[in-house]
Design a protein around this ligand. Structure first.
Ligand code: MEV
Length: 438
């Protein structure tokens, strides 16, 4: 049985590690060595990472890869991707190259509105609440001025506040439903600060209003928080070409490939079991760029999947068509991203990733991320509908298996060559490695 501990967060980093290894590890020195191996030798950089979160004991590395040759609206990009799954960067690069010779990716930002809500209980006449809301609304806006001033100077801020009656679904439940434009910031802190001020003002003005309107108001704030669901912060990315220009693999004619591809998308549109995997593949690309650019991938994930269910059934985030001999493949997704604030100016690799992307605005980053998702889905569907996914996957996985068995560089080179013409399976790799070692 392990022990509980109080005051852990107040211990020094080395004392935290001492407690941890004492409590959980049989080989204490080995555990310490692993943790320390991942510390950065640059003390300042390590301190920066230590201070991102509480109780930091080490760093958790993910590979940062790049997928070059993306043409987006005639501009060339190399897209940074932080991800552990072996085949993702390779697939993105392949799709980028494929579309680079077929007009590239076309993108547009459709909308950029973010949402936040003050959830509250009210008992009384709806009419009384509505009148109070109309009276207090300018004060809600006014009292947030210290928070919104800078954002407004740059052209953003609060767009509107609505009173929403939800009491038909939950007794006594109402909302202040607010919309925001947060420009290049993801905006979570800005929105949450505004909402908490709305809640304060909403309650503190009750007393004055009760006197003026000679009425009683029974309002109880439950909570104030942004919504990560942003269906009006939408971006679209698209590729298209003549069906015959899809030809690449001689084993399958272009029109047959196009039809199979469209059918694969249609299956994901109507079949949730397939749609989840289809969208997971899209998120392989999206999360990797979101993470590399210091954005909140949990927020993006939560939002995207809610959006995929917006019609009452979970479905594909991408769509495809053939009209008049033109193959078209597109994605439309909500993405709340930032290129200022948060980690963007703090994490050296995030700064580097953003510079690699030509220091994009949040709108530009939305487009790049949507393209990464579309490209990933194209690569996955192309493999799935032709060779199958395992051929490419296992080729990429080969290195993981070899590393698992601590293959030397010489052994790796030999086996990579061997598996260019042999099917990679776990047992085939182990057997080939054993043969080599005998
Ligand atoms: C694997 O990470 C992602 C895929 O399963 C996506 C898909 O099936 O479309 C290959």
């Amino acid at each position: 049985m392990s022990k509980t501990i109080s005051g852990f967060s107040k211990l020094s980093k080395s004392k935290k590690i001492d407690w941890l290894v004492e409590t959980y590890f049989s080989n204490k020195e080995a555990a310490k060595t692993v943790l320390k191996q991942y510390w950065n030798s640059n003390d300042k950089l390590q301190q920066l990472h230590d201070e991102f979160i509480e109780n930091t004991i080490s760093n958790y590395y993910l590979p940062l890869g790049v997928a070059p040759n993306f043409i987006i609206n005639e501009k060339t990009y190399t897209i940074p991707m932080a991800i552990e799954e072996s085949s993702v960067v390779a697939a993105a690069s392949k799709a980028a190259k494929f579309w680079a010779t077929r007009g590239g990716f076309k993108t547009e930002v459709i909308s950029t509105t973010k949402i936040g809500q003050v959830h509250f209980n009210f008992s009384g006449e709806l009419d009384t609440l509505q009148k109070y809301f109309e009276w207090v609304k300018p004060k809600l806006i006014e009292t947030t001025k210290p928070i919104t001033k800078n954002m407004e100077t740059r052209g953003g801020g609060i767009l509107d506040i609505e009173l929403r009656d939800k009491s038909d679904t939950l007794e006594g439940y109402f909302q202040l439903h607010a919309t925001f434009e947060t420009l290049d910031a993801m905006g979570a802190n800005f929105i949450n600060s505004c909402l908490e001020q709305f809640a304060k003002t909403f309650v503190s003005e009750i007393a004055d209003y009760e006197v003026i309107a000679n009425t009683d108001l029974d309002i109880q704030i439950i909570m104030s928080i942004l919504s990560n669901y942003v269906p009006d912060c939408l971006v679209r990315a698209e590729v298209s070409c003549k069906v015959e220009d899809l030809q690449e693999d001689p084993s399958i004619p272009a029109d047959e490939f196009a039809k199979k591809f469209i059918q694969a998308v249609k299956i994901a549109e109507i079949e949730p079991f397939r749609a989840v995997t289809h969208n997971k593949g899209i998120m392989n690309g999206i999360d990797a760029v979101v993470l590399a650019t210091g954005n909140d991938f949990r927020a993006v994930e939560a939002c995207v999947h809610a959006y995929a269910s917006r019609n009452g059934q979970y479905g594909s985030l991408t769509h495809a068509s053939i009209e008049n001999g033109i193959f078209k493949f597109w994605i439309e997704i909500p993405l709340a991203l930032g290129t200022v604030g948060g980690l963007t100016s703090l994490h050296p690799l995030v700064k580097l990733a953003l510079e690699m992307l030509h220091k994009p605005s949040a709108k530009e980053l939305m487009q790049i991320v949507a393209v990464a998702g579309l490209a990933q889905n194209f690569a996955a569907l192309r493999s799935l509908t032709t060779t199958g996914i395992q051929e490419g996957h296992m080729k990429m996985h080969l290195m993981n298996i070899l590393n698992q068995f601590e293959a030397s560089n010489e052994e790796k080179a030999h086996l990579v060559e061997h598996f260019k013409t042999n099917v990679v399976t776990h047992s085939a790799v182990v057997e080939a490695l054993n043969n080599l070692r005998q």
